[in-house]
Design a protein around this ligand. Structure first.
Ligand SMILES: Nc1ncnc2c1ncn2[C@@H]1O[C@H](COP(=O)(O)OP(=O)(O)O)[C@@H](O)[C@H]1O
Ligand SMILES: [Mg+2]
Length: 328
Protein backbone atom coordinates (compact mmCIF):
# COMPACT_ATOMS: atom_id res chain seq x y z
CA UNK A 1 0.00 0.00 0.00
CA UNK A 2 2.83 2.36 0.92
CA UNK A 3 4.38 1.77 -2.50
CA UNK A 4 1.18 2.82 -4.20
CA UNK A 5 0.84 5.87 -2.00
CA UNK A 6 4.39 6.96 -2.90
CA UNK A 7 3.75 6.43 -6.59
CA UNK A 8 0.56 8.47 -6.35
CA UNK A 9 2.34 11.27 -4.46
CA UNK A 10 5.10 11.41 -7.06
CA UNK A 11 2.47 11.61 -9.79
CA UNK A 12 0.61 14.44 -8.11
CA UNK A 13 3.27 16.83 -9.37
CA UNK A 14 2.61 15.48 -12.85
CA UNK A 15 -1.06 16.38 -12.77
CA UNK A 16 -2.55 13.12 -11.51
CA UNK A 17 -6.33 13.02 -11.60
CA UNK A 18 -8.03 11.55 -8.53
CA UNK A 19 -11.40 9.84 -8.40
CA UNK A 20 -13.33 12.87 -7.08
CA UNK A 21 -12.05 15.17 -9.79
CA UNK A 22 -12.68 12.54 -12.44
CA UNK A 23 -16.27 12.15 -11.32
CA UNK A 24 -17.09 15.82 -10.79
CA UNK A 25 -15.18 17.48 -13.63
CA UNK A 26 -15.31 14.79 -16.30
CA UNK A 27 -17.78 11.94 -15.84
CA UNK A 28 -20.65 14.08 -14.52
CA UNK A 29 -19.86 17.05 -16.73
CA UNK A 30 -19.38 15.33 -20.05
CA UNK A 31 -21.46 12.15 -19.82
CA UNK A 32 -25.19 12.73 -20.10
CA UNK A 33 -27.12 10.30 -17.96
CA UNK A 34 -29.60 9.26 -20.62
CA UNK A 35 -26.73 8.07 -22.83
CA UNK A 36 -25.31 5.66 -20.24
CA UNK A 37 -27.25 2.60 -21.46
CA UNK A 38 -25.34 2.79 -24.76
CA UNK A 39 -22.09 2.00 -22.99
CA UNK A 40 -23.35 0.17 -19.89
CA UNK A 41 -25.03 -2.54 -21.96
CA UNK A 42 -22.64 -4.34 -24.30
CA UNK A 43 -25.46 -5.54 -26.55
CA UNK A 44 -26.59 -1.95 -27.18
CA UNK A 45 -22.96 -0.83 -27.72
CA UNK A 46 -22.56 -3.55 -30.32
CA UNK A 47 -25.74 -2.56 -32.16
CA UNK A 48 -24.64 1.09 -32.23
CA UNK A 49 -21.18 0.17 -33.48
CA UNK A 50 -22.57 -2.00 -36.26
CA UNK A 51 -24.88 0.85 -37.36
CA UNK A 52 -21.87 3.19 -37.44
CA UNK A 53 -19.86 0.71 -39.53
CA UNK A 54 -17.40 0.05 -36.69
CA UNK A 55 -16.15 -3.51 -36.35
CA UNK A 56 -16.95 -5.53 -33.21
CA UNK A 57 -16.71 -9.26 -32.34
CA UNK A 58 -19.68 -10.97 -34.01
CA UNK A 59 -22.61 -11.69 -31.71
CA UNK A 60 -23.80 -15.31 -31.99
CA UNK A 61 -26.83 -14.88 -29.77
CA UNK A 62 -28.44 -13.35 -26.70
CA UNK A 63 -30.06 -15.20 -23.80
CA UNK A 64 -32.53 -13.06 -21.86
CA UNK A 65 -34.59 -15.55 -19.82
CA UNK A 66 -34.10 -18.87 -18.01
CA UNK A 67 -36.22 -20.52 -20.67
CA UNK A 68 -33.95 -19.28 -23.43
CA UNK A 69 -31.00 -21.12 -21.87
CA UNK A 70 -32.35 -24.09 -23.85
CA UNK A 71 -31.23 -22.22 -26.97
CA UNK A 72 -27.58 -22.42 -25.96
CA UNK A 73 -26.78 -25.43 -28.18
CA UNK A 74 -28.45 -23.81 -31.16
CA UNK A 75 -26.50 -20.59 -30.60
CA UNK A 76 -23.13 -22.34 -30.23
CA UNK A 77 -23.77 -24.75 -33.11
CA UNK A 78 -20.63 -26.61 -34.13
CA UNK A 79 -18.32 -23.89 -32.88
CA UNK A 80 -15.51 -24.97 -30.60
CA UNK A 81 -14.68 -21.51 -29.29
CA UNK A 82 -16.84 -18.63 -28.12
CA UNK A 83 -17.28 -16.19 -25.26
CA UNK A 84 -20.16 -15.89 -22.78
CA UNK A 85 -20.47 -12.57 -21.00
CA UNK A 86 -22.88 -10.46 -18.97
CA UNK A 87 -24.24 -7.58 -21.07
CA UNK A 88 -23.93 -5.23 -18.12
CA UNK A 89 -20.81 -6.67 -16.52
CA UNK A 90 -17.61 -4.84 -15.63
CA UNK A 91 -14.05 -5.55 -14.62
CA UNK A 92 -13.93 -8.90 -16.41
CA UNK A 93 -16.29 -10.57 -13.91
CA UNK A 94 -18.61 -13.32 -15.12
CA UNK A 95 -16.87 -13.71 -18.50
CA UNK A 96 -16.25 -17.23 -19.78
CA UNK A 97 -13.76 -17.50 -22.64
CA UNK A 98 -14.13 -20.96 -24.19
CA UNK A 99 -11.16 -21.92 -26.36
CA UNK A 100 -11.90 -25.54 -27.20
CA UNK A 101 -14.45 -28.33 -26.86
CA UNK A 102 -14.60 -32.09 -26.99
CA UNK A 103 -17.97 -33.80 -26.88
CA UNK A 104 -19.85 -32.34 -23.92
CA UNK A 105 -16.83 -30.72 -22.28
CA UNK A 106 -15.38 -27.30 -22.89
CA UNK A 107 -11.98 -25.83 -22.13
CA UNK A 108 -11.51 -22.23 -21.08
CA UNK A 109 -8.63 -20.15 -22.38
CA UNK A 110 -6.75 -20.72 -19.12
CA UNK A 111 -7.15 -24.50 -19.40
CA UNK A 112 -10.02 -25.13 -17.00
CA UNK A 113 -12.47 -27.84 -18.09
CA UNK A 114 -16.15 -26.89 -17.77
CA UNK A 115 -19.22 -29.00 -18.49
CA UNK A 116 -22.25 -28.00 -20.49
CA UNK A 117 -24.31 -27.63 -17.34
CA UNK A 118 -21.66 -25.41 -15.74
CA UNK A 119 -21.99 -23.03 -18.67
CA UNK A 120 -25.76 -23.08 -18.21
CA UNK A 121 -25.33 -22.29 -14.51
CA UNK A 122 -23.02 -19.43 -15.39
CA UNK A 123 -25.65 -18.02 -17.76
CA UNK A 124 -28.29 -18.39 -15.07
CA UNK A 125 -26.09 -16.41 -12.64
CA UNK A 126 -25.61 -13.72 -15.30
CA UNK A 127 -29.40 -13.45 -15.80
CA UNK A 128 -29.97 -13.12 -12.06
CA UNK A 129 -27.78 -10.01 -12.01
CA UNK A 130 -24.82 -11.46 -10.14
CA UNK A 131 -22.34 -9.54 -12.33
CA UNK A 132 -24.38 -6.55 -13.41
CA UNK A 133 -23.98 -2.99 -12.21
CA UNK A 134 -26.35 -2.50 -9.29
CA UNK A 135 -27.36 -6.17 -9.32
CA UNK A 136 -30.15 -5.68 -11.87
CA UNK A 137 -31.38 -8.58 -13.96
CA UNK A 138 -29.16 -8.93 -16.98
CA UNK A 139 -28.81 -10.63 -20.34
CA UNK A 140 -26.05 -13.00 -21.43
CA UNK A 141 -24.41 -12.53 -24.78
CA UNK A 142 -22.51 -15.18 -26.69
CA UNK A 143 -19.92 -13.88 -29.12
CA UNK A 144 -16.94 -14.57 -31.35
CA UNK A 145 -13.74 -15.36 -29.47
CA UNK A 146 -10.98 -12.98 -30.43
CA UNK A 147 -7.61 -14.53 -31.28
CA UNK A 148 -4.94 -11.93 -30.66
CA UNK A 149 -2.59 -10.90 -33.44
CA UNK A 150 0.73 -12.77 -33.26
CA UNK A 151 2.57 -9.55 -32.34
CA UNK A 152 1.35 -10.13 -28.79
CA UNK A 153 2.68 -13.70 -28.46
CA UNK A 154 6.03 -12.67 -27.02
CA UNK A 155 4.69 -10.11 -24.57
CA UNK A 156 1.50 -11.72 -23.41
CA UNK A 157 0.36 -14.80 -21.55
CA UNK A 158 -2.79 -16.57 -22.78
CA UNK A 159 -5.98 -14.61 -23.37
CA UNK A 160 -6.48 -11.39 -25.26
CA UNK A 161 -4.57 -8.17 -24.60
CA UNK A 162 -6.63 -5.05 -25.13
CA UNK A 163 -5.85 -1.44 -25.91
CA UNK A 164 -7.56 1.19 -23.79
CA UNK A 165 -7.67 4.80 -24.96
CA UNK A 166 -9.22 7.57 -22.86
CA UNK A 167 -11.13 9.94 -25.13
CA UNK A 168 -12.27 13.40 -24.03
CA UNK A 169 -14.85 15.05 -26.32
CA UNK A 170 -13.49 12.96 -29.16
CA UNK A 171 -9.82 13.71 -28.43
CA UNK A 172 -7.63 10.77 -27.39
CA UNK A 173 -5.75 11.80 -24.24
CA UNK A 174 -3.97 8.69 -22.97
CA UNK A 175 -3.47 5.07 -24.01
CA UNK A 176 -2.56 1.81 -22.36
CA UNK A 177 -2.01 -1.74 -23.50
CA UNK A 178 -3.35 -4.30 -21.04
CA UNK A 179 -1.73 -7.72 -21.00
CA UNK A 180 -3.33 -10.75 -19.38
CA UNK A 181 -1.14 -12.73 -16.97
CA UNK A 182 -1.36 -16.23 -15.51
CA UNK A 183 -3.13 -14.62 -12.57
CA UNK A 184 -5.73 -12.75 -14.62
CA UNK A 185 -7.06 -15.95 -16.26
CA UNK A 186 -6.83 -14.67 -19.83
CA UNK A 187 -8.61 -11.40 -19.11
CA UNK A 188 -7.03 -8.00 -19.59
CA UNK A 189 -8.62 -6.30 -16.57
CA UNK A 190 -6.09 -4.79 -14.17
CA UNK A 191 -7.87 -5.78 -11.02
CA UNK A 192 -7.92 -9.40 -12.21
CA UNK A 193 -4.12 -9.19 -12.26
CA UNK A 194 -3.41 -8.04 -15.81
CA UNK A 195 -0.52 -5.66 -16.59
CA UNK A 196 -1.11 -2.09 -17.80
CA UNK A 197 1.54 -0.73 -20.17
CA UNK A 198 1.63 2.92 -21.22
CA UNK A 199 1.60 3.69 -24.95
CA UNK A 200 3.03 6.74 -26.71
CA UNK A 201 0.08 8.39 -28.47
CA UNK A 202 2.11 9.61 -31.44
CA UNK A 203 3.90 6.39 -32.33
CA UNK A 204 2.11 3.47 -30.65
CA UNK A 205 5.36 2.37 -29.01
CA UNK A 206 4.91 0.87 -25.56
CA UNK A 207 6.36 2.47 -22.44
CA UNK A 208 6.81 0.76 -19.10
CA UNK A 209 4.04 -0.84 -17.16
CA UNK A 210 2.25 -1.33 -13.89
CA UNK A 211 1.34 -4.65 -12.31
CA UNK A 212 -0.54 -4.96 -9.04
CA UNK A 213 0.37 -1.31 -8.47
CA UNK A 214 4.12 -1.85 -8.96
CA UNK A 215 6.11 -0.47 -11.86
CA UNK A 216 7.56 -3.11 -14.16
CA UNK A 217 9.37 -3.40 -17.48
CA UNK A 218 9.13 -7.19 -17.99
CA UNK A 219 6.13 -9.50 -18.23
CA UNK A 220 6.09 -11.54 -14.99
CA UNK A 221 5.14 -14.80 -16.78
CA UNK A 222 7.18 -14.57 -19.99
CA UNK A 223 9.97 -12.28 -18.64
CA UNK A 224 9.99 -10.54 -22.03
CA UNK A 225 10.35 -6.76 -22.07
CA UNK A 226 6.99 -5.04 -22.36
CA UNK A 227 8.44 -1.63 -23.28
CA UNK A 228 9.70 -0.47 -26.66
CA UNK A 229 7.21 -2.63 -28.62
CA UNK A 230 5.68 -1.06 -31.72
CA UNK A 231 1.93 -1.76 -31.78
CA UNK A 232 0.70 -2.36 -35.33
CA UNK A 233 -2.00 -0.24 -36.93
CA UNK A 234 -1.57 2.51 -34.34
CA UNK A 235 -3.09 5.42 -36.26
CA UNK A 236 -6.07 3.16 -37.01
CA UNK A 237 -6.62 2.49 -33.31
CA UNK A 238 -6.40 6.21 -32.53
CA UNK A 239 -8.97 7.14 -35.17
CA UNK A 240 -11.24 4.28 -34.14
CA UNK A 241 -11.17 5.50 -30.52
CA UNK A 242 -11.71 9.15 -31.50
CA UNK A 243 -14.72 8.14 -33.63
CA UNK A 244 -16.42 6.49 -30.64
CA UNK A 245 -17.44 9.97 -29.50
CA UNK A 246 -19.81 10.23 -32.47
CA UNK A 247 -20.94 6.66 -31.86
CA UNK A 248 -22.10 7.15 -28.25
CA UNK A 249 -22.25 10.90 -27.61
CA UNK A 250 -20.52 10.56 -24.24
CA UNK A 251 -17.74 13.09 -23.74
CA UNK A 252 -15.48 11.18 -21.36
CA UNK A 253 -14.95 7.50 -22.15
CA UNK A 254 -12.48 4.66 -22.08
CA UNK A 255 -12.50 2.83 -25.41
CA UNK A 256 -11.35 -0.81 -25.26
CA UNK A 257 -10.10 -2.34 -28.49
CA UNK A 258 -8.47 -5.60 -29.53
CA UNK A 259 -6.43 -6.69 -32.54
CA UNK A 260 -7.79 -9.94 -33.94
CA UNK A 261 -5.46 -12.00 -36.12
CA UNK A 262 -8.11 -12.37 -38.84
CA UNK A 263 -10.51 -9.46 -38.38
CA UNK A 264 -8.07 -6.67 -37.44
CA UNK A 265 -8.97 -3.92 -34.94
CA UNK A 266 -12.31 -4.45 -33.14
CA UNK A 267 -14.10 -2.44 -30.46
CA UNK A 268 -14.67 -4.58 -27.38
CA UNK A 269 -16.50 -2.11 -25.18
CA UNK A 270 -16.83 1.50 -24.04
CA UNK A 271 -16.61 2.65 -20.41
CA UNK A 272 -18.26 5.76 -18.99
CA UNK A 273 -16.14 5.69 -15.82
CA UNK A 274 -12.69 4.63 -17.02
CA UNK A 275 -10.19 3.76 -14.28
CA UNK A 276 -7.31 5.99 -13.24
CA UNK A 277 -4.47 3.45 -13.19
CA UNK A 278 -3.69 4.36 -16.78
CA UNK A 279 -1.81 7.29 -15.23
CA UNK A 280 0.54 4.96 -13.38
CA UNK A 281 1.15 2.94 -16.54
CA UNK A 282 2.06 6.14 -18.40
CA UNK A 283 3.87 7.77 -15.49
CA UNK A 284 1.82 10.85 -16.33
CA UNK A 285 -1.32 12.51 -15.01
CA UNK A 286 -4.49 13.10 -17.00
CA UNK A 287 -5.20 16.61 -15.72
CA UNK A 288 -2.85 18.66 -17.92
CA UNK A 289 -3.87 16.78 -21.04
CA UNK A 290 -7.56 17.15 -20.24
CA UNK A 291 -7.05 20.89 -19.72
CA UNK A 292 -5.24 21.16 -23.05
CA UNK A 293 -8.22 19.55 -24.80
CA UNK A 294 -10.67 21.83 -23.00
CA UNK A 295 -8.61 24.87 -24.04
CA UNK A 296 -8.64 23.60 -27.63
CA UNK A 297 -12.42 23.17 -27.52
CA UNK A 298 -12.86 26.74 -26.26
CA UNK A 299 -10.58 28.09 -28.95
CA UNK A 300 -12.46 26.20 -31.68
CA UNK A 301 -15.89 27.10 -30.28
CA UNK A 302 -14.95 30.79 -30.48
CA UNK A 303 -14.32 30.28 -34.18
CA UNK A 304 -17.38 28.07 -34.62
CA UNK A 305 -15.26 25.11 -35.69
CA UNK A 306 -15.63 21.42 -34.86
CA UNK A 307 -12.87 18.99 -35.73
CA UNK A 308 -13.45 15.52 -37.18
CA UNK A 309 -11.94 12.32 -35.78
CA UNK A 310 -8.86 12.57 -37.98
CA UNK A 311 -8.14 16.18 -37.01
CA UNK A 312 -8.70 15.43 -33.35
CA UNK A 313 -6.33 12.48 -33.52
CA UNK A 314 -3.66 14.64 -35.16
CA UNK A 315 -4.03 17.29 -32.45
CA UNK A 316 -3.59 14.71 -29.69
CA UNK A 317 -0.65 13.01 -31.33
CA UNK A 318 1.20 16.27 -31.82
CA UNK A 319 0.58 17.53 -28.32
CA UNK A 320 0.67 14.42 -26.15
CA UNK A 321 2.95 12.11 -28.11
CA UNK A 322 6.66 11.46 -28.37
CA UNK A 323 7.19 10.82 -24.71
CA UNK A 324 10.89 10.45 -23.92
CA UNK A 325 11.80 7.22 -22.11
CA UNK A 326 11.66 7.78 -18.38
CA UNK A 327 13.89 6.34 -15.70
CA UNK A 328 11.82 4.67 -13.01
N1 LIG B 1 -14.76 -11.88 -27.49
C1 LIG B 1 -13.70 -12.05 -26.70
N2 LIG B 1 -12.70 -12.90 -27.06
C2 LIG B 1 -11.63 -13.11 -26.24
N3 LIG B 1 -11.43 -12.50 -25.06
C3 LIG B 1 -12.39 -11.64 -24.64
C4 LIG B 1 -13.57 -11.37 -25.43
N4 LIG B 1 -14.34 -10.49 -24.77
C5 LIG B 1 -13.68 -10.21 -23.63
N5 LIG B 1 -12.51 -10.88 -23.53
C6 LIG B 1 -11.49 -10.77 -22.45
O1 LIG B 1 -12.13 -10.35 -21.26
C7 LIG B 1 -11.72 -9.01 -20.89
C8 LIG B 1 -12.93 -8.19 -20.41
O2 LIG B 1 -13.91 -8.07 -21.43
P1 LIG B 1 -14.84 -6.80 -21.64
O3 LIG B 1 -15.73 -7.07 -22.78
O4 LIG B 1 -13.97 -5.60 -21.71
O5 LIG B 1 -15.72 -6.78 -20.31
P2 LIG B 1 -15.59 -5.97 -18.92
O6 LIG B 1 -16.59 -4.87 -19.01
O7 LIG B 1 -15.93 -6.95 -17.87
O8 LIG B 1 -14.19 -5.43 -18.83
C9 LIG B 1 -11.12 -8.43 -22.16
O9 LIG B 1 -10.18 -7.43 -21.86
C10 LIG B 1 -10.51 -9.65 -22.83
O10 LIG B 1 -9.22 -9.93 -22.29
MG1 LIG C 1 -13.27 -4.14 -20.28
Amino acid sequence: MLGLWKTWKALEAKGIMGINRRNADYVLKYNKRHLYPIVDDKIITKQRAIEAGIHVPEMYGVISTEKEIDNLDKIIGERSDFVVKPAQGAGGDGILVIADRFEDRFKTVSGKIVSHSEIEQQISSILSGLYSLGGHRDRALIEYRVTPDSIFKSISYEGVPDIRIIVLMGYPVMAMLRLPTRQSGGKANLHQGAIGVGVDLATGVTLRGTWLNNKISKHPDTTNAVDGVQLPNWDGFMKLAAGCYELCGLGYIGVDMVLDQDKGPLILELNARPGLNIQIANDCGLTHRAHAVEARLEELAAKGIQENAEERTRFSQELFGHIPAVEI
